[in-house]
Design a protein around this ligand. Structure first.
Ligand code: PEP
Ligand code: MG
Length: 579
C-alpha cells in the first residue's frame, strides 16, 4: 500500500496514530406514529423525561470540565443547556403533539428542522456555532427518546474519528483511550469542537477532503496536528519518525502546561510581560485563567463586526467598563476601531462614509476611516474616556502612517476630555496613547513618533504585508508573506532603537509574537512585552523561560546580518524544536 499525504489545516496540535473510524451521519428515521387521544399526556411526559435525561448528561459533563478548569468548555455546555431550556422549542413541541397527535420524535424533528432553517440563512460564524449546538442538543434528546448505540462509543481503541462535520459532543464524549484524533472536512480554529479538542489535547486536522479518504483502503493513518497533514498507510519509516515526534510533543505539551502559572522570566532573570489579544468581552476569562499581565490588544472593531452595526456610546461604555473592571488594575489596551471597506460590505452606505475601493488594505482603513467618520470616532473616544476611571486603560491607534494622524488623535482626546469634564463627567488623569507600528513609514520615522507616543505596538501581521507588498490573505502571495523576511527585522530594530532613546515600551502583537521560534530573537533585539491570544500564552511563556537574554542578544546580532529569508529561517531554527 502506498503512503498518501493529504493536506488540511491544524486545529488542535499533537500527533495521533491509529485506524480510521468513519463517523458518517446515520440516517436515523424515527417512526412517525399517530397517537390516540388518551396517549397524548403520556407522550408529553416522555418528551420531558428525555429533556431531563439530556440535562443530567450535560450537567454531568459540565462538572467534569469545571474540575479540569476548562472554562471555555464549561461555557459551551452552558450554551447547550440554554438551548435545552429554550421555552419556545419546548412549548412548540408540546403544542404540536397535542394538535397533530404525532409522536414526539416526529414532532421534535420537525421543529428542530424549522429552527435550523432559520439559522442556516444567516451567514455568520457565531450562528454556525449555534446551529452546531442545536444539532448536538437535538441529537442528544433524540437519543434519549430512542436509545441507539452511541456512534463514538462504537470506536475501538486507537481510533481516528473522521467525519464531514464534527459536532461538540463528538469531542466532549471522546475517551482518550479510544479516540486519538479527529479529521473533518468542515471546522475552523475557533469552532467549539476545536476549542474542546485543544482543551482535551486531541490532535485535530480540518479542511480535509473526506470523499478522497472514504475511497481509500486505509489500514492505519497519522494525524499530524502540527503541520496539518494526514498520512494514510504510512511506511514503516514514516511511522517510526512520527512515533518519535509524538513522544517529543507529548513531553513538550506536559512541560509547557506546567509553566503557565510561573513568571515569564528569562534564565538570567529578565522580566518579560505577556499580554493577551482579545476580540470580545467573552475572551477575558481565558486571559485571566492564563495569568496574562493584561490585555495588550483589544480589537474593538469586533463589536461592530459581530453586532453588524455601530454601537452607541452607551453600549461601548458598558463593554469597556466591564473589561477594565474584570482586569482589576492590569492594563487593557483598547485599539480604536480598525475598519476598512473590506470589512464593511454589509453596512448601509448612508450609515458610514465609505466607498468601494480598489485596494482596501491601502485605502481608508484604521485611523484614516475614523478621521473621515468623525461621528463614529467621537462616540468611541467619549465611551473610552468615560470608562477610563474603572481601570487601567490605554488607547492604541491602528494603521498610522504619518505623524499628523497621531497628533490629530492626541488633540482630539484632549478636546473630548475637556468636553466630558465640562459635562461633569470624570476621566482618568493619565491615559497612555500608543501607536501601532504596522506601516513601514511609521517604523522608519519611529524616532519622531517616539517623542509623542507613550508606547509602540508592533503589528507584525500588517507590517509584513506592507513591507513585502504581499496581501496577507491572498493564497497566491502566501509564498512571499513570511515573518522571517529580514526587512521586517530591520524595521523592528529601528522601532526598538527609537523607543529605547525615549524610554518607551515596545509591545509586539500579531502572529509573529505567538510563534515560539521567534521568541529568542525578539528578546535578543530588546522586546520585553508580547501580546498574543490566550491559547498561546503557555507556549510563549515556556519559550521565554528557556531563553537566556545574554545569549539571545548575541544571537540577534548574528541574525540581523543575514540577508535572505531561507538563511534567516534556518538560522532561527538551528538547535530549536518548534511545535
Ligand atoms: C497586526 O497587524 O499585526 C495586528 C495585530 O493587527 P490585525 O491583525 O488586527 O490587523
Ligand atoms: Mg493590523
Amino acid at each position: 500500500m502506498n503512503e498518501i499525504v493529504l493536506k488540511g489545516v491544524s486545529i488542535s496540535k499533537g500527533i495521533a496514530i491509529g485506524s480510521p473510524f468513519f463517523l458518517t451521519e446515520k440516517k436515523d428515521n424515527p417512526p412517525h406514529l399517530e397517537l390516540a387521544l388518551g396517549e397524548i399526556e403520556k407522550e408529553i411526559e416522555r418528551y420531558h423525561l428525555a429533556l431531563k435525561k439530556s440535562k443530567v448528561d450535560l450537567e454531568h459533563l459540565q462538572s467534569r470540565f469545571v474540575n479540569d478548569g476548562a472554562t471555555v468548555v464549561v461555557e459551551i455546555l452552558g450554551a447547550q443547556l440554554e438551548i435545552l431550556h429554550d421555552p419556545i422549542i419546548t412549548h412548540l413541541v408540546e403544542e404540536r403533539i397535542k394538535v397533530s397527535h404525532k409522536n414526539t420524535e416526529a414532532v421534535f424533528q420537525e421543529v428542530i428542522n424549522e429552527y435550523n432553517k432559520v439559522f442556516e440563512k444567516i451567514d455568520d460564524d457565531d450562528f454556525e456555532e449555534r446551529i452546531s449546538d442545536i444539532k448536538d442538543v437535538s441529537r442528544r434528546i433524540l437519543r434519549h427518546l430512542r436509545p441507539l448505540k452511541k456512534e463514538t462509543a462504537a470506536c475501538e481503541k486507537n481510533s481516528i474519528v473522521i467525519a464531514p462535520d464534527l459536532i461538540p459532543s463528538d469531542a466532549l464524549e471522546a475517551h482518550f483511550s479510544e479516540i486519538k484524533g479527529f479529521v473533518a472536512e468542515k471546522g475552523g480554529y475557533t469552532s467549539h469542537v476545536g476549542i474542546i479538542a485543544r482543551a482535551k489535547g486531541i490532535p485535530y486536522v480540518a479542511k480535509v477532503n473526506i470523499d478522497a479518504l472514504m475511497n481509500l483502503d486505509i489500514k492505519n493513518m497519522i494525524v499530524d496536528g502540527i503541520s496539518g497533514e494526514i498520512i494514510v498507510n504510512p511506511s514503516s519509516e514514516t511511522l517510526k519518525k512520527y512515533s518519535i515526534l509524538q513522544e517529543k510533543y507529548h513531553k513538550y505539551f506536559l512541560e509547557i502546561s506546567s509553566h503557565v502559572h510561573l513568571a515569564a522570566k528569562t534564565i538570567d532573570g529578565e522580566d518579560v510581560k505577556i499580554f493577551s489579544n482579545i476580540e470580545s468581552l467573552d475572551d477575558v476569562p481565558q486571559v485571566l485563567q492564563n495569568k496574562a499581565d493584561g490585555i495588550g490588544l483589544y480589537r474593538s472593531e469586533y463589536i461592530v463586526l459581530t453586532e453588524k452595526q455601530f454601537p452607541s456610546e452607551e453600549r461601548q461604555f458598558e463593554i469597556y467598563k466591564k473589561i477594565l473592571e474584570k482586569l482589576e488594575g492590569r492594563p487593557a489596551i483598547v485599539r480604536l476601531f480598525d475598519l476598512g471597506s473590506d470589512k464593511m460590505h454589509f453596512f448601509l452606505s448612508e450609515e458610514v462614509d465609505i466607498d468601494h475601493e480598489m485596494n482596501p488594505s491601502l485605502g481608508c482603513r484604521g485611523i484614516r476611516f475614523l478621521i473621515k467618520n468623525n461621528g463614529i470616532f467621537e462616540k468611541q473616544l467619549r465611551a473610552l474616556l468615560k470608562a477610563s476611571i474603572y481601570g487601567n486603560l490605554r488607547i492604541l491607534i491602528p494603521m498610522v502612517s504619518d505623524i499628523s494622524e497621531f497628533l490629530l488623535v492626541k488633540d482630539k482626546i484632549k478636546k473630548t476630555r475637556e468636553d466630558l469634564e465640562k459635562e461633569g463627567k470624570k476621566v482618568a488623569k493619565n491615559i497612555p496613547l500608543g501607536c501601532m507600528i504596522e506601516v513601514p513609514s511609521c517604523a522608519i520615522m519611529s524616532h519622531n513618533f517616539a517623542k509623542e507616543a507613550d508606547f509602540f505596538s508592533i503589528g507584525s501581521n500588517d507590517l509584513t504585508q506592507y513591507v513585502i507588498a504581499a496581501d496577507r490573505s491572498n493564497p497566491d502571495t502566501n509564498y512571499l508573506y513570511d515573518f522571517s523576511h529580514p526587512s521586517l527585522f530591520k524595521l523592528i530594530e529601528m522601532t526598538i532603537k527609537s523607543a529605547k532613546k525615549y524610554k518607551k515600551e515596545v509591545i509586539i502583537c500579531g502572529e509573529m509574537a505567538a510563534d515560539s521560534k521567534f521568541t529568542e530573537l525578539l528578546i535578543g533585539m530588546g522586546i520585553r512585552s508580547f501580546s498574543i491570544s490566550a491559547s498561546n500564552i503557555a507556549t510563549i511563556k515556556y519559550a521565554v523561560r528557556k531563553t537566556d537574554a545574554k545569549d539571545a542578544i548575541a544571537m540577534a546580532k548574528e541574525a540581523l546580518k543575514i540577508n535572505n529569508v531561507e538563511d534567516l529561517k534556518n538560522f532561527i531554527l538551528k538547535d530549536q524544536t518548534v511545535f
